[in-house]
Design a protein around this ligand. Structure first.
Ligand SMILES: NC(=O)c1ccc[n+]([C@@H]2O[C@H](COP(=O)([O-])OP(=O)(O)OC[C@H]3O[C@@H](n4cnc5c(N)ncnc54)[C@H](O)[C@@H]3O)[C@@H](O)[C@H]2O)c1
Length: 363
């Protein structure tokens, strides 16, 4: 650790203050749900070559096709000017060889939410890119320091957490680790602005801000369901707050398996407050995309339901969730996860589409 820290300070002093790293070429590792959106954002906003890679060649090919189609649809709808779809498509290239990232000034990884996979990807990238190229991770909940710590140049690794759908949600949680250099943080902030995102600085703690708050809501709601309350009763109880989706619909949107990864990370960090839910596990084990079937009824194969809804007092559920969030926000401020209550509100409004009043919508 001390060796790493001395390396950081010498790297920092060698960089000329005030000189920003210009991004002439951008890279994205992973060709999944988030990666394709990040490629489109980078190509459209930065107008530089963008490389996408995956372990699976067919995933790269499919992602390239999907992105071209999406751009053509946007042009057809008038959201892009005539010829822009072809111009942006022309900037996007695919590969399965990590060495092809060698000329990228910044690379973001958006591979599976597994620490060992992300560490391996970043180690491989470090072999190819320049020592001061930014290495960014889109992790939703894992420790960014644990990723940076396995590298020779951990000072240029930052969390760069976008929200789904990327084009619609303006927030970017910018996660700094103890290794990070001021220059990397400044370059990443500059990149966020060029990508037209609002960066909020958050600490390197499980789930950062948005996922910690959302997962605490899910935890309270799922604990009620695990105790035998009808899922529809519990899910609709929060309706008066005007949140963009009910908690169970939002888990379906995020993906039950993805959310279980995030919930597990938070449960490991704070087992007293983040419940491991049998109901969520059932949905994940049954490989269901949501708690609900196509008619909007709770999936009967996933959960044993009480015979009838309407057995749970919605006021009690709202009190429970409100008290839990009051506790969580206070802890986050005490721990310095975000600098101010305003930053937490900004994260929830810009990253989770909460009403403009932020967490005051709960009162
Ligand atoms: N899905 C969301 O709503 C969301 C939102 C914000 C952040 N994230 C985060 O973004 C990351 C990606 O999530 P996703 O939903 O896009 O996942 P996904 O499962 O859709 O895609 C992951 C991709 O990574 C590829 N991959 C796995 N190992 C690889 C390796 N070693 N090298 C190259 N490619 C590899 C897989 O083949 C797959 O195509 C995760 O860290 C997740 O937590 C997801």
């Amino acid at each position: 650790m001390s060796q790493t820290l001395s390396r950081i300070s010498s790297d920092d002093s060698s960089s000329s203050p005030g000189t920003k790293r210009s991004i002439e070429s951008f890279g994205v590792v992973g060709a999944g749900r988030m990666a394709t959106q990040l490629v489109l954002l980078a190509a459209e906003k930065l107008r530089v070559p963008v490389l996408i890679s995956d372990v699976s060649a067919s995933r790269v090919t499919n992602a390239l096709d999907e992105m071209r189609n999406r751009l053509n649809r946007q042009e057809a709808k008038g959201r892009l000017a005539t010829g822009e779809a072809a111009e942006i498509s022309g900037l996007i290239h695919g590969s399965t060889d990590p060495a092809d990232f060698r000329s990228c000034d910044a690379v973001i990884e958006a591979v599976f939410e597994e620490l060992s996979t992300k560490q391996a990807v970043l180690r491989q990238l470090e072999e190819s890119v320049a020592p001061d190229a930014l290495l960014l991770t889109n992790t939703s909940s894992l420790s960014v320091a644990a990723m940076a710590g396995v590298l020779k140049h951990p000072e240029r690794v930052l969390g760069f957490h976008f929200f789904n759908p990327v084009a619609a949600l303006p927030l970017l949680e910018l996660v700094r680790t103890p290794f990070a250099s001021d220059r990397a943080v400044a370059d990443a902030g500059d990149l966020a602005t060029k990508l037209d995102k609002t960066a909020v600085h958050v600490s390197d703690t499980p789930g950062f801000v948005v996922n910690r708050i959302l997962t605490r809501i899910f935890s309270e709601v799922l604990a009620e369901i695990d105790k035998g309350s009808h899922p529809l009763d519990v899910d609709r109880a929060l309706d008066p707050w005007g949140l963009p989706m009910t908690p169970l619909a939002l888990i379906g949107y995020i993906g039950p398996a993805v959310q279980q990864h995030i919930s597990d990370t938070l449960h490991r960090a704070y087992p007293d407050r983040f419940h491991r839910s049998a109901a969520l596990s059932s949905v994940v084990e049954a490989r269901l995309p949501s708690f609900f079937d196509e008619e909007g009824a709770v999936h009967p194969t996933a959960l044993t339901l009480p015979s009838e809804p309407h057995g749970t007092d919605p006021d009690r559920i709202r009190r429970r969730v409100r008290d839990a969030l009051a506790e969580e926000v206070q802890l986050m401020l005490d721990e310095g996860v975000a600098a101010t209550p305003g930053d937490i509100d900004r994260c929830m409004v810009l990253g989770a589409n909460f009403p403009p009043t932020g967490l005051a919508c709960l009162s």
